[in-house]
Ligand binder design. Structure first.
Ligand SMILES: Nc1nc(=O)c2c([nH]1)NC[C@@H]1CN(c3ccc(C(=O)N[C@@H](CCC(=O)O)C(=O)O)cc3)C=[N+]21
Length: 302
């Protein structure tokens, strides 16, 4: 018998399945003479970024894509970074470009993200892709929001009419997730650090998407009975024995008691982010080896 509450959503397994699908399609594309390629630019030595880049390069090769890594010192000038982006924009072997965030303080992130060819913008951060998402689809969708939607749909295929509460309003996660939920006919509330009576708003959520970056801030009694909780937070916190461990934005064990289903950290949204990056690279390679970036316009969002 399946349990009515406390189901843990296995992001690792769903991500592995998605990567298998991507690998199969990559093989097909390679057979037709195009190997998808993903280039990552890492500037400086942010620890979270290091983990991500390591996992990503390995998985890129595992699905049969070419992986290109470019490292710049934290002190490199913005013009140097921009000319590298330009070089990758013009490189036909590169179908996807990812500039690791955060960037050092002397770099204007907005200028850099706007310099990436929107057709190669596999993070989906370019304003053209953000605009296409707001307009209902057709561009490249940010990976973490895409992965969160796939996990949500893995336990609740029909999302229509449900009240989704998104905690966080970043351009990278909160806003694009809100757009995807709206496109799926949810009623969407976007809450953030200045929101008043946050626990009460959370208690109204059929779907609670936590993307605020505060370790275990969301308490068990903020969760509506039977809600689905997607925890996007990846926070490294110290343990008693002097090591560190990863926790989400949600107090997992307490929330699990009340939720219908919940994503763990690690092993939830994180692995989906990388799998979706590969999916986006495949999509980008396809449109560059044939159609335009708008060729999938009208195609339904996840
Ligand atoms: N342009 C850009 N795009 C990004 O998508 C991006 C970025 N910059 N900068 C850094 C953050 C961080 N990020 C992670 C993705 C997956 C895991 C992941 O797979 N985490 C594993 C655990 C890994 C571990 O054990 O440390 C998990 O949650 O199960 C972690 C972190 C993407 N980021």
């Amino acid at each position: 018998m399946t349990q009515p509450f406390g189901r843990v959503i296995d992001g690792k397994a769903v991500a592995a399945e998605l990567r298998r699908d991507v690998a199969r399609d990559v093989a097909e594309l390679v057979a037709s003479g195009c190997q998808p390629g993903l280039a990552v630019i890492l500037m400086g030595i942010d620890p979270a970024s290091q983990v991500y880049v390591r996992n990503k390069a390995k998985q890129t090769r595992e699905v049969g894509m070419a992986s290109f890594e470019h490292r710049l010192p934290a002190t490199a000038r913005q013009t140097e970074l921009l000319s590298l982006v330009q070089q990758l924009n013009n490189d036909p072997a590169v179908h996807g470009i990812l500039v690791q965030l955060p960037l050092p303080g002397h770099i204007d992130e907005r200028i850099v993200l706007r310099a990436i060819d929107p057709a190669k913008d596999v993070d989906g951060f370019h304003p053209l892709n953000a605009g296409l998402l707001a307009g209902g689809g057709g561009g490249l969708v940010p990976c973490t929001p895409l992965g969160s939607m796939i996990l949500l749909r893995s336990v609740r295929p029909g999302l229509r009419g449900a009240h989704a509460v998104v905690l966080g309003r970043s351009n990278i996660v909160g806003k694009p997730i809100a757009q995807l939920l709206l496109a799926a006919d949810c009623t969407v509330t976007v809450a953030h650090s200045k929101t008043e009576r946050l626990p009460d708003i959370c208690r109204q959520a059929d779907f609670l998407i936590a993307a605020i970056g505060r370790p275990e801030m969301i308490q068990g009694d903020w969760i509506k009975a039977g809600a689905i909780v997607i925890d996007v937070g990846i926070n490294r916190v110290p343990t008693v024995d002097g090591k560190t461990r990863l926790v989400g934005d949600v107090a997992f064990e307490d929330a699990r008691q009340r939720a219908f289903a919940i994503t763990p950290v690690p092993g939830g949204v994180g692995p989906m982010t990388i799998a979706c990056l590969l999916r986006n690279t495949l999509q980008a390679a396809r449109s560059q080896s044939g159609g335009s970036i708008l060729s999938s316009a009208g195609k339904s969002l996840p």
